[in-house]
Design a protein around this ligand. Sequence first.
Ligand code: PLP
Length: 439
Amino acid sequence: MTHVFPRHTKADLPVAVHGDGIYLVDSTGKRYLDGSGGAAVSCLGHSDAEVREAVRRQVDTLAFAHTSFLTSEPAEALADKLIEHAPKGLDRVYFVSGGSEAMEAALKLARQYFLEIGQPQRHHIIARRQSYHGNTLGVLATGGNMWRREPFAPLLIGTSHIAPCYAYRDQRGDETAEAYGLRAADELEAEIQRLGPDNVMAFVAEPVVGATLGAVPPTPGYFRRIREICDRHGVLLILDEVMCGMGRTGTLFACEQDGIAPDITAIAKGLGAGYQPIGAMLCTGAIYRAIEQGSGFFQHGHTYLGHPVATAAALAVLGKLTDGGLVARSQAMGEVLQSALEAAFGQHPNVGDIRGRGLFRGIELVADRETKDPFAPGHNVAARVKKAAFEAGLICYPMSGTVDGRHGDHVLLAPPFIIEEAQIDELVRKLGIALEAAT
Ligand code: PLP
């Protein structure tokens, strides 16, 4: 008998009792290789001694101080270290408790910025179909995943959606990746013109799309064109790095690889690495100054902003990622994982694409790799892979969805950055068992 309200009310879940490096252990002693870090969270694995010690020390020193009254040493130190490593122009950090909160804060900051600088008409948000920005109502409206949005549609604010940058499906045979990316980016220009450039507040995108497409990186030049378009029209560029940030793609911020910097960005999952719930919104000095020199008050807040224990944990995590070399390891081991996946499944009849950056890799499952025809939605292939993998002792993150009448199934892999080559072999072997069982 349980009183927990689970996500899946019909599932009978094992009880996790222990974390051991890249493995989780349940109450029967079964070990699971955490091949997706939960949902791209556990970048350090489950038993990092330094982060656990940082949490213990902070609880013993100062567990909580409300940010209406006091700041705290770990929050100050974490903000300084994040800005030291952040893309050019980002200057201030606002700490929250997770990814949805960080994205909500980003949207509200964008709106308040335009009020403060005397452009109250700017309120339109443009995002991309097949994006996910969180589950609270504001950002659910921004995301483009219809399955997640549909039940709540009457409660959602209006948002425009343009196409994602999705070369596997949308690049034409007669164009280069670069030309396709520019064509995809130019949809933003057209949508801004349609809405009236002076009315548009922000364009929102994940640099590498995670939870709805399965680690889809942009084509070269796509985000540079997006940045130019935003600048031309005074539209803020909000990058959602909740899943792809914190070294997941092989650089601390995913957008570094696209040679651009956002006006506002959100990070979360890998920031606390699973040791504490924490997210953050980072913004430029210009946006911060508009608030500072205007009303002097960001009209937003949650009780647990800048929580001392969460920020202490994240400070220890960030130290391991940067000074400890784990971001570089994500890059290097990501290449090893990609090669192993290609060797094992490159010719698999139901694997259409293997892609990603760093230790953020996606596999697109198709009924026919030659025609790229997807599985029928009722086949539930991604869910079947998840189930078969779990039975084989592997956690991977499946995704299925239908957007614009187009169905897709993907499996996301995002293992801890401490993964060893032999463990990559184990991951790929178990995934092979699951694919055979599910396709
Ligand atoms: N943004 C992106 C890109 C995500 O992948 C997620 C979660 O998967 C979120 C936002 C929401 O984060 P959270 O679940 O921590 O609220």
